[in-house]
Design a protein around this ligand. Sequence first.
Ligand code: DQA
Length: 145
Amino acid sequence: MSHVLLLNGPNLGTLGTRQPEIYGTTTLAEIEETVAGEISARGWKLVSEQRNGEGELIDLLQEHGDALGAIVNPGALMIAGWGLRDALADYAPPWIEVHLSNVWAREGFRHMSVTAPLSAGVVMGMGALGYRLAAGALTRLVTAS
Ligand code: DQA
């Protein structure tokens, strides 16, 4: 079955309880369910993975090069994850970067993403809803190509 990859980086496995004033109270499991529902109308399956380590995220991208597309929240690796950036540069399917928080409204060190310029687009500041919006956008990108 054709699949979409949902990849979440460091510290995103604790969503729901992690700094809820910034990231909200929705858990990663709930986000996964929503994204899976969004793409299921097309008959696509969701493969969702979360890792804290950059190397493991790179391994997953290389394993899922056959995905229709991907939704990626690199977490803090957006700031200086050069290895992840290189893996994304070599990742052929279309992918969308998601940030729950509006990183531009936060500390200066979060204002630069080394990964975002490689993405098809970025959704940020919309909380958990951002993943659903990204799934809808990715569906349109994949079906238009
Ligand atoms: C984040 C923003 C990053 O700056 C931060 O390090 C995260 C979460 C977000 O989704 O808003 O871990 O990617």
